[in-house]
Ligand binder design. Structure first.
Ligand code: C5P
Length: 221
């Protein structure tokens, strides 16, 4: 049986990709499977937390222990759901791979292939983590993820500051065996004091256990 060290805690988790329409039958998205976020949601729920999961489209079955699941498609929808729910939360963990850009004026009708080339104009999506970082309360723990292909720790430290997070969990997505759309990961947990804790390559389930252990120590110390 899991320890019940998160009993009475409310935890909001974002997971999966967001999907941005080009037209009614075409999308822009990314390679996120949602696995890391779903494992984290499950682990906290097993340990007694009330978990709300805001998820982009995935092929995963969420743990039945998760209290509420909000399925969204676009970054705008994820932001609205996060703003709607964050206030009563003790811990907010944003694992979602939010699409950085969306199509400006997505077409209401299917785009025809009668031209040899077309141009899509992309505009910036809102940064959900940064938005919550600005409005979060002093006693809420905000955790972000940083997926990078180079200068991992340096970029993660920058993100921690810029997005006003308490923790950043950094992973190197340039390696084929860890990162996006696989069952394994290897992460570094960075805190505001500048400490960097390495969690060696392991299943996403065991990485989730390590992250929960780290957060448990942090909030109970
Ligand atoms: O800036 P970058 O996308 O690398 O930051 C990653 C972190 O920010 C993740 O925690 C991700 O969930 C969050 N994020 C977000 N909204 C965005 C982009 C990233 O919440 N538009």
């Amino acid at each position: 049986l899991s320890p019940q060290d998160f009993k009475g805690k409310k935890i909001l988790i974002t997971a999966g990709p967001t999907v941005e329409p080009i037209d009614p039958v075409r999308n822009i998205t990314n390679k996120s499977s949602g696995k890391m976020g779903y494992e984290i949601a499950k682990e906290f729920a097993l340990r007694g937390a009330e978990v709300i999961l805001i998820s982009g489209p995935t092929n995963l079955k969420p743990s039945p222990l998760i209290k509420e699941i909000i399925n969204i498609t676009t970054a705008e929808e994820m932001l609205e759901a996060a703003k709607d729910k964050y206030e009563n939360m003790n811990i907010i963990i944003m694992t979602a791979a939010v699409s950085d850009f969306k199509v400006k004026n997505a077409s209401k009708q299917k785009i025809k292939k009668d031209k040899d080339s077309i141009t899509l104009e992309l505009i910036k999506n809102p940064d959900i983590l940064k938005t919550i970082g600005k409005i979060k309360k002093e006693n809420q723990l905000l955790v972000g993820f940083a997926a990078e292909t180079n200068n991992l720790i340096e970029y993660a430290k920058k993100k921690l500051k810029e997005k006003n997070c308490d923790l950043i969990i950094a992973n190197d997505v340039s390696k084929a065996e860890t990162g996006f759309n696989v069952d394994y990961n290897e992460v570094y947990i960075l805190n505001k004091l500048g400490d960097v804790t390495h969690v060696e390559k392991n299943t996403k389930k065991n990485i989730a256990i390590n992250i929960a252990d780290y957060i448990s120590k942090l909030i109970n110390s």
